[in-house]
Design a protein. Structure first.
Lengths: 85, 158
């Protein structure tokens, strides 16, 4: 799905899975908000909800910087107190 | 600056923070269970952290209170399940502003081949929403922290 929307049948073929099994997995991803589905005649076309991935990526990046700050302070504290130990 | 890696899969109940830092693991561990050390590093730098309780043994309680310049308080507490010196800490973790949302944190301390410490902290949440909420809160706070420091820097540089 990274390259673009795909019908369930095509996703199943690429994964080497049965169509019902593939639909079950896609339902979980859809419930988690990671993919969206569009009906096209009798086909169901799935695509990624990129904004959800980007949102998480932004959170993780900023959160990572916060953790870097925290551990930089811990490292600085350890360096300052080294002689006392 | 220590190298930090955050691993958070979309739709999962947990995240892991890995950090390689200078210093032997004995001292990195001790900084986690020493009430004198905690205020130096635990919270974001725009909050002061006070250790009210820190009982690093099975069933022991911890409670840290953070205060901002306006006097607002943010308290955190939990229970230790395991504290193996220089190796591992397992504890629960709750923000008192959101009672009932409790996470389980496992922190491990390992030697790296080049004499540093690999610190790994895994947090498992009750729900994906709780996990995402924690990442987002951290992001907001870190953003505030960054901007305040930028402001400070700009002020000094004038």
């Amino acid at each position: 799905m990274r390259e673009g929307p795909l019908p369930v049948g095509e996703i199943a073929k690429r994964l080497g899975l049965g169509q019902p099994q593939t639909s079950k997995h896609l339902k979980v991803l859809s419930d988690a908000g990671l993919v969206q589905v569009q009906a096209d005649a009798n086909r169901r076309i799935y695509s990624l909800r990129r904004e959800r991935f980007e949102e998480l990526e932004r959170w993780v990046q900023t959160f990572t910087r916060q953790q870097e700050d925290r551990y930089a302070r811990l490292e600085a504290y350890l360096a300052r107190t080294e002689e006392a130990d | 600056m220590p190298q930090v890696k955050v691993i958070a899969e979309p739709g999962a109940h947990d995240f892991t923070v890995e950090c390689v830092m200078n210093g032997p693991r004995e001292r990195v561990y001790r900084a986690h269970v020493d009430p004198e050390a905690i205020p130096h590093w635990w919270g974001p730098s725009f909050l002061t952290t006070t250790v009210e309780r820190l009982e690093p043994r099975k069933g022991g309680i911890w409670r840290f209170v953070q205060r901002d310049a306006q006097g607002n308080e943010y308290a955190f507490n939990g229970v230790y399940h395991e504290c193996i010196p220089s190796e591992r800490i397992i504890r629960t973790w709750e923000f008192e502003g959101m009672p009932g949302h409790v996470l389980l944190e496992t922190v491990t301390f390992e030697d790296t081949p080049d004499g540093k410490t690999l610190l790994r902290s895994q947090s498992v949440f009750q729900s994906v929403a709780d996990r995402d909420g924690m990442l987002a809160t951290g992001a907001t706070e870190a953003g505030k922290d960054m901007y305040e420091r930028l402001e400070e820097y700009v002020g000094q540089a004038r």
